[in-house]
Design a binder for this molecule. Sequence first.
Ligand SMILES: [Zn+2]
Length: 299
Amino acid sequence: MATWNIGSISITRVGELLGFSSLPPEKYFPGFEREVLERHLDWLVPNHYSREHDWLITSVHSWLIRTERHTILLDCCAGNHKSRPGFARFNQLNTPYLERLREAGAAPEEIDIVLCTHLHSDHVGWNTILRDGRWVPTFPNAKYLFSRTENEWGDPRQNPEADCDLQRSNAYRDSVLPVIEAGQAELVDGTHAIGDAMLIEPAPGHTRGHIMLKLDERGEKAVFCGDAIHHPLQVYAAHWNSAFCELPKEARATRRRMLEHCAEHRALLFPIHFGAPHVAAIAKVGDSFSLRFVDGRDV
Ligand SMILES: [Zn+2]
């Protein structure tokens, strides 16, 4: 399993899906410019784009972050046995995700913090599992951190629009509410520290309450950016929003700010949907950015 180290903190990818994105390029990115794709074909094929199918390749994974004090799972993929009408890629999955988590070295009981960057269905799925016909928290000893804004917007009892949103659909009821009812949720506002090395910050745009996690350990840095960016081509076209970004102007501004931060502070970027090798270093080139993939160690 691919693992990276930031100072003494280890970060392992726990994969759920790797393959075709849910929509063709022009629909996935409504502002798609084919010439940008063509300029970068040499490194996009085969891990990030299938020339044969003219389709982008994306991953769905979690990051397992282990510090001396904490075992953190960042974002929880789509989950098993969840009904996601209109979303074939995430509907009624049955993947060995929990076995992969164990292979990465963590049993569900050992996770003490779950952090969801936002409450779309492909980031909250493994929050819960089906037991005796009921959705219950998968991680019995974890505190689950959700953004308060995201929770207010995503709760169909507070916002009837949430039910009409395909990206959220049933996810709040089967993957968020059971955690809140079990008393395991903590809603965070603004910035929020986890130990000395990690800071949650608001990163609105993809969703209203989207958050990201910045890590700084002995001067080595990383950013866990959730869906502030979806595909490595957006490093070169930071103005492209995905079809799933709720607030287009804010999404562009947050993406740019996040890339600026990575370039300026040499912070490694850990997105949720980049294909292999999944992690990138960012550099500023004039007014735009470039990327260099960084391989993990196989452990
Ligand atoms: Zn996503």
